[in-house]
Design a protein around this ligand. Structure first.
Ligand SMILES: [Zn+2]
Length: 87
């Protein structure tokens, strides 16, 4: 009788080194927090570094910035607050 032992190959597709590299997905996910300054400095640095080298994510950053800009900039002129209608 023959007993064949099949060795299981673990294909761990990991990058070299243990340092976490920001993926595009992570970056885009964190862009809002990055713009709001809610990330810790090392994380924000990682994002910044990725944005510098990745044009795709940079486009997302631009879009997010203009969105936030509109969101945070108070609209002058129309200063009306929606008054709660008391029944
Ligand atoms: Zn990217």
């Amino acid at each position: 009788m023959k007993c064949t032992t099949t060795s299981v190959h673990r294909t761990s597709a990991r990058g070299h080194g243990g340092t976490a590299v920001m993926s595009c997905r992570d970056t885009i996910h964190l862009i809002c927090w990055y713009l709001e300054g809610r990330l810790s400095p090392p994380v924000a640095n990682e994002i910044k570094r990725h944005l510098d080298s990745c044009s795709d994510c940079h486009m997302v950053l631009d879009a997010a910035m203009s969105t936030l800009d509109r969101y945070f900039t108070p609209v002058k002129g129309s200063d009306e607050e929606p008054a709660p209608q008391a029944a």
